[in-house]
Design a protein around this ligand. Structure first.
Ligand code: ATR
Length: 290
C-alpha cells in the first residue's frame, strides 16, 4: 500500500515499456514487506541530466539506468563506485548527501551468477563474445576472479583491443587477447568458459548467433549468455548440442536487480528463494510476451 512514507525508486531508459525491472523490484518489496515502490520512466536522449536532478529533488532513494544512458549518467553523479569507474558504465544510483552515487550491479550480478552456479573462473581460459558495455562488466569480473586468459571475439576488433587495454591498465596484468572474428579457429584450448554479451539471438531475431561453426562450440564447457529472451538462445542451443552447459541471462538480470535492491535497502538481504520466485514471475511475463 503506497503511503506518504513510501520510498520511491525506478528505472530510466529509452525505450522502457518492455522493462521487467518494475515487476521484479515490486515483487521484492511485496515479499520482504518493504515500503518501496518502483516505476518505469521514459527518459529521452538529451533529458538525462534533468531526469537525474529531478529524481534527486523528488527524494528518490535510488534509480536504475538502462540503454542508452549507462555511460552518460556518470557525468551527473556525486560519487562513483570504483568498479563502475573502471567499467565505464553505471546501472544503479543510490541516494547520498549531495547527489546520487553510481554503481554497476551488472558486474556484481554476473559475479553472483558464477558463484551461485558453481562456475570456477580462476586460472581458466575464457572466451568473451562482444566488446560493448555488457562485455566490459563481464571482463572486469573475469579479470578480478583470476581468469588465466580471455580471448575477446568481436565484430569490430578495435573495440576488443580497447576493452583489453582498459582491463590490462586496471589490473596490471596482460591476460586479454583480442581476436578477429574470422580468426576464431586459432583458439585451440578446450573446456573453456564462454560469455556471450552481444544482443544477437535476442527476441524477435532468435535465429542469430555470432558463430555458426559447431567445431567452435566443442571447445566450450560452460557458457553464459546475457540474453534472457528467449530462455534458450541459438548460442545456448549450440553449446548444449556440443555437450556443454549453458546458462541464460535471466539469473544475471535477477541478481543485478537484487544487488541494486540491497543497496537501496541495506537492512534487507534477499533470500535465494525470493530471488528464485521473482525468476518464476519474470519467466511467466516473458512467456506472455512471445
Ligand atoms: P551493450 O551495452 O548491451 O553491451 P553495446 O555497447 O552497443 O551494447 O555493445 C553491443 C555489442 O554487440 C558489441 O560488441 C557489438 O559489436 P561491435 O563492437 O562490432 O558493434 C555487438 N553486436 C551488436 N550487433 C551485432 C551484430 N549484428 N553482429 C555482430 N556483433 C554485434
Amino acid at each position: 500500500m503506497v503511503s506518504g512514507k513510501s520510498k520511491i525508486c525506478g528505472v530510466m531508459g529509452c525505450p522502457i515499456e518492455h522493462s521487467l525491472s518494475p515487476l521484479m523490484h515490486n515483487f521484492y518489496s511485496e515479499r520482504t514487506g518493504t515500503d518501496l515502490i518502483y516505476a518505469p520512466f521514459l527518459v529521452e536522449p538529451g533529458r538525462l541530466k534533468d531526469a537525474v536532478s529531478g529524481a534527486y529533488a523528488l527524494g528518490f532513494v535510488g534509480m536504475n539506468v538502462t540503454v542508452p544512458h549507462k555511460q552518460e549518467v556518470m557525468k551527473y553523479l556525486a560519487e562513483l563506485d570504483e568498479a563502475a569507474k573502471t567499467i565505464g558504465a553505471v546501472n544503479t544510483l543510490v541516494r547520498m548527501e549531495g547527489g546520487f552515487k553510481g554503481y554497476n550491479t551488472d558486474a556484481a550480478g554476473f559475479k553472483r551468477v558464477m558463484k551461485e552456479s558453481g562456475i570456477p573462473v580462476k586460472d581458466r581460459s575464457c572466451i568473451l563474445i562482444g566488446a560493448g558495455g555488457a562485455a566490459m562488466a563481464a571482463a572486469f569480473v573475469l579479470a578480478e576472479e583470476g581468469a588465466e586468459k580471455v580471448y575477446v571475439l568481436n565484430r569490430s576488433i578495435d573495440k576488443a583491443r580497447r576493452l583489453s587495454q582498459a582491463i590490462h591498465a586496471h589490473f596490471n596484468r596482460s591476460c586479454f587477447i583480442p581476436v578477429e572474428l574470422d580468426a576464431y579457429r586459432d583458439i585451440q584450448e578446450t573446456s573453456m568458459l564462454a560469455v556471450q554479451t552481444t544482443s544477437l539471438g535476442m527476441h524477435p531475431d532468435t535465429e542469430h548467433a555470432l558463430l555458426e561453426d559447431s567445431a567452435f562450440y566443442k571447445r566450450i564447457q560452460t557458457a553464459i549468455d546475457i540474453v534472457y529472451n528467449p530462455s534458450e538462445t541459438k548460442f545456448m542451443r549450440y553449446v548444449r548440442q556440443a555437450g556443454g552447459r549453458a546458462i541464460g541471462g535471466l539469473p544475471m538480470l535477477l541478481y543485478q536487480g537484487a544487488m541494486a535492491y540491497e543497496l537501496w535497502n541495506p537492512n534487507t538481504a534477499l533470500a535465494s528463494g525470493v530471488i528464485e520466485d521473482a525468476g518464476k514471475r519474470l519467466r511467466e511475463r516473458l512467456e506472455a510476451f512471445v
